[in-house]
Ligand binder design. Structure first.
Ligand SMILES: Cc1cc2nc3c(=O)[nH]c(=O)nc-3n(C[C@H](O)[C@H](O)[C@H](O)COP(=O)(O)OP(=O)(O)OC[C@H]3O[C@@H](n4cnc5c(N)ncnc54)[C@H](O)[C@@H]3O)c2cc1C
Ligand code: SF4
Length: 310
């Protein structure tokens, strides 16, 4: 029997391959980068339990290694019109914050994204460019999500909780810093998320301001001035901060869109073609746990398809 190609070696792809192998089907993981792991390779602690991403990844890569699954690294899969069974687990792209020019990402010092903050924590180098400790930090929610101007209307789902998690991490690193999260709505959909949000306000002293930041600009003394509107009291406001963190959203990999599953119920890992399956964040913003669960489900559907004599 031909091997089932799993496109992408993130958590969803690795779980799909492990579940296929368990069920006696030979998978091959095709991963375009030089290592397995997907986005988790650059993350530090995972919400909501603060489990190290490296720990979760190690358990997956160890299982893949010991199962003898074929892995092809540095290979980009492109034959999507194939008749062979494939599972698309190609994940998502992080929104490019430079497209929101008004926030000065890549132009002004000390404007970061949530992905940068994860990387800085991993490298043990969180802080301002000159090494000093920030006195005031602002997080901007919904950067590249819920935004028609950049053709990304969806809510990226995982980023409110990421902003809360990182605000708490920075508060525990710098207890004297004032931290503000500027949000449109707070979406805490998962187990333990609402509790973390309460803890952020009541114990970590994070300030949540309902309002959209319209622009950021450098001040003469090297800080960043942001303009926003507090939509609860209906007034424009200005604030000077030392560090600005843009909470970037998730974009699909199919020409900037997410793949469309057959339906959002029993067919969430099925496509319109019988031999093509999906797993993980390829179809919509998802958490790590949800992506893993879809890997199991996609493998199950592949096995059914193969058993049906195709
Ligand atoms: C800033 C941020 C923080 C987050 N923190 C958390 C958290 O704390 N907890 C949590 O539960 N979730 C978190 N998430 C969500 C988490 O990143 C996703 O749930 C998870 O990465 C989805 O896994 P995946 O395997 O579907 O996709 P990915 O991790 O994107 O992996 C996809 C893989 O496919 C490969 N690929 C893509 N196209 C091809 C191709 N054509 N050929 C070959 N290979 C290809 C890619 O290189 C990549 O390795 C966070 C997301 C963001 C943006
Ligand atoms: S999860 Fe929160 S920050 Fe992310 S797009 Fe949705 S509302 Fe915005």
């Amino acid at each position: 029997m031909k091997k089932v190609v799993v496109v992408g070696g993130g958590v969803a792809g690795m779980q799909t391959a492990l579940s296929l192998k368990e069920r006696g089907v030979e998978p091959v993981i095709v991963e375009r980068t030089g290592a397995l792991g997907g986005k988790l390779r650059n993350f530090h602690l995972l919400f909501p339990s603060m489990t190290p991403a490296a720990e979760v990844l190690k358990s997956f890569t160890d299982q893949v290694a010991s199962s003898g699954i074929e892995v092809r690294l540095n290979e980009e899969f492109s034959d999507f019109s194939t008749d062979a069974p494939i599972v698309i687990a190609s994940g998502f792209n992080v929104f490019d914050a430079r497209l929101k020019e008004e926030y000065g990402y890549g132009i002004y010092d000390n404007v970061y994204t949530t992905v940068d903050v994860e990387r800085m924590f991993n490298e043990g180098k969180v802080g301002l460019k000159d090494g000093s400790v920030p006195r005031r930090i602002a997080f901007v929610h919904c950067v590249g999500s819920r935004d028609e101007k950049v053709d990304q209307r969806h809510c990226s789902k995982v980023c409110c909780i990421t902003g809360v998690k990182q605000a708490m991490e920075l508060a525990s690193l710098w207890p004297d810093a004032e931290i503000f999260n500027f949000y449109m709505d707070i979406r805490m959909f998962g187990p333990g998320y609402e509790e973390l949000y309460q803890q952020a306000q009541q114990e970590a002293g994070i300030n949540f301001i309902r309002g959209r930041v319209s622009e950021a600009s450098p001040t003469i003394d090297g800080r960043i001035q942001i303009k926003a509107e507090d939509t609860l009291i209906g007034r424009p406001m200005k604030m000077t901060v030392d560090m600005l963190v843009l909470i970037v959203g998730m974009r699909g990999t199919d020409g900037g869109k997410f793949y469309r599953p057959r339906d959002l119920f029993g067919g969430s890992v099925l496509s319109d073609r019988p031999n093509v399956f999906y797993a993980g964040a390829a179809t919509a913003p998802k958490t790590v746990g949800e992506s893993i669960a879809e890997g199991v489900m996609a493998a199950e559907k592949v096995v059914q398809y193969l058993n049906d004599g195709n």
